[in-house]
Design a protein around this ligand. Structure first.
Ligand SMILES: [Zn+2]
Length: 258
């Protein structure tokens, strides 16, 4: 069932093609989840920032406004794609193997940031010009799997400015960036495996050091974490360790002052 009618982005094969089949595994491609279903079908899911894929013992109430997609399993359980907040952004596609390989969301992805980021990140980022690291590292076509939270964490761990140009990494910068990707993305998965119990909670305990921590002391050096506010997200960094002590212009403040 697809109560969040906008969530289902494909119609061929239909959702009912999943009836009676077996879920063979779940894996990740970039920021997407893939459920592999017997008979060579694949359910591609993007949770966006507020979605959860949760397994329940009982069927959902039809009044649950967070429900986007409900898959009933023969043992009585129900797999639910739920999404919190007012926006409907999470999406699902039911695809054949060929459809999955050719799907835009998958086919256009850059190399995975985890577990094995590309050896030479300087070479990977160089063709993308003067774009700042905080933008180019979130570009899924350049490198796959890093979003807004983790880009702040990775850059802080690597002690690199979020506004350093992507085509201006020396060997040490690139090595620090690569090590930070492995450490922080791998560390997040270890953390979740340790603390998250079933059923998966609505709110995940994110192991973040700087993202969403502006105004608080940097856990490494004690300097106050600063932020740059954008329309729909906030970038956080430690000025002492990442920008040579400079506090970057906060766009929200400068807009208010105009
Ligand atoms: Zn610091």
């Amino acid at each position: 069932m697809a109560p969040g009618i906008n969530a289902l982005k494909t119609f061929d094969p239909p959702l009912h093609a999943l009836d009676g089949r077996e879920i063979e595994g779940v894996r990740r491609i970039g920021k997407h989840l893939v459920m592999d279903v017997s008979g060579d079908l694949h359910v591609l899911v993007h949770l966006m920032s507020a979605g959860r894929l949760q397994l329940y013992d009982k069927r959902a109430s039809l009044r649950d406004r967070t429900s986007r997609l409900l898959v009933r399993i023969t043992d009585g359980r129900e797999l639910r794609l739920r999404e919190f907040g007012t926006k409907q952004r999470a999406w699902v596609k039911v695809l054949t193997a060929e459809g999955l390989a050719g799907d835009d969301a998958v086919a256009s992805l850059g190399p995975e940031a985890w577990p094995e980021p590309p050896d030479d990140l300087a070479a990977l980022l160089a063709p993308h010009g003067a774009r700042p690291l905080q933008a180019v590292l979130r570009d899924q076509h350049v490198i796959a799997g890093i979003g807004r939270s983790w880009v702040d964490e990775i850059l802080w761990t690597a002690r690199l400015s979020p506004f350093k140009r992507g085509d201006d990494l020396d060997e040490d910068d690139a090595a620090a960036l690569r090590a930070a990707m492995i450490e922080r993305l791998g560390g997040a998965i270890d953390h979740y495996e340790g603390v998250v119990q079933l059923p998966i909670p609505d709110k995940l305990p994110l192991p973040l050091c700087v993202h969403r921590h502006h105004g608080e002391p940097c856990p490494r050096c004690g300097t106050t974490i600063e932020a740059v506010h954008y329309e729909d997200y906030v970038l956080c960094y430690c000025p002492a360790e990442q920008t040579g002590g400079r506090v970057l212009k906060d766009r929200r403040l400068s807009r208010l002052l105009k």
